[in-house]
Design a protein around this ligand. Structure first.
Ligand SMILES: [Fe+2]
Length: 303
């Protein structure tokens, strides 16, 4: 059932609320200075409720007729991080077929995540407090997650900023920062993924008093997720849902801080050193005088 993996995370029971902001009074300066520059999550209620995607994407025929031809991977499970849980659940198909199946009551659960196709990208509007930003290292500017009763396993973005925007349905997101003495325990638990079935998976962290957060997004809400924050996503509605993720490059001091923490061995670059955009990160690190630190971080990576 949806959300079971949040139920097995003891920290979710006592999690703090994410700070809530009003887009009508949130300026670009305050958003970037108080939240992005400090890698501090916040939720902006109703930030994207004016996007035409909230109306148009409710019509499956619209999505299918505009963008149905694109090839996608449909996962008939949560968006997992381990091969053992993904095995046998991936179907390579078209976006049109995936949309049809995600609307069907016959589909127990499923999710597609991919860059929002160009034919429907104009349905994604502006974000008043974001302003001009540089392109993310690793992600397309807007990714779409189209799902039925499936969320995303706990994971972390080593680089890049994310604004998770809820289009259809309601979902709960748990968060916990990685700058704590228990981060390697968290990493082990999240990358093993046994917490889906094992309510005792977090037993070693009893008494750790970690700063867990949780927030429930309604349609039109946006959640700012900084890099180096673990997060897990659970839908709270049983039917078809859509979330988008708008991404951009972190400010230089946040990138530098990440590289330095990775060089110290506080966190790893799992999955990044072999990615096609790694070279652009090398270039940025070189300009910041952190080429050596990045090389240390990359060589320590389990990849
Ligand atoms: Fe994420």
């Amino acid at each position: 059932m949806s959300g079971r993996f949040l139920a097995n995370v003891p920290g979710m029971k006592t999690a703090s609320a994410v700070p809530e902001l009003d887009p009508r009074t949130l300026s670009e300066d305050v958003f970037h200075r108080d939240y992005v520059a400090n890698s501090r999550p916040c939720v902006i209620r109703g930030a994207v409720k004016h996007w035409s995607a909230l109306e148009k994407w409710r019509d499956k025929e619209y999505l299918k007729s505009r963008s149905g031809q694109h090839p996608v991977s449909l996962f008939l499970c949560e968006l997992h991080v381990t091969k053992k849980r993904i095995a046998g659940n991936e179907r390579v198909t078209t976006f049109g077929d995936a949309i049809e199946r995600l609307h069907s009551a016959q589909t127990e659960r499923g999710i597609v995540g991919f860059p929002v196709p160009p034919e429907i990208l104009s349905d994604v509007g502006d974000v008043s407090f974001l302003g001009q930003t540089d392109p993310a290292f690793w992600y397309h500017r807007v990714r779409g997650f189209f799902y039925r009763r499936a969320g995303t396993a706990w994971h972390i973005h080593q680089f890049d900023e994310t604004l998770t925007c809820q289009i259809i349905g309601r979902k709960t997101i748990g968060l916990v920062g990685s700058a704590n003495p228990y981060n390697f325990d968290l990493r082990y638990i999240f990358y093993t993924e046994d917490y889906y079935d094992d309510p005792t998976a977090f037993a070693d962290l009893e008494g750790a008093n970690l700063p867990w957060y949780s927030v429930t997004l309604e349609e039109g809400d946006a959640l700012y997720i900084p890099p180096l924050w673990w997060h897990g996503v659970a839908p709270q509605t049983e039917t078809f849902g859509i979330t988008t993720a708008v991404t951009w490059r972190s400010p230089p001091h946040v990138i530098a801080n990440g590289i330095i923490r990775m060089a110290r061995g506080e966190i790893d670059m799992f999955g990044k050193t072999t990615a096609p955009h790694f070279q652009s990160l090398v270039e940025v690190a070189r300009k910041m005088g952190l080429e050596r630190e990045l090389a240390i971080a990359a060589s320590a990576s389990p990849m």
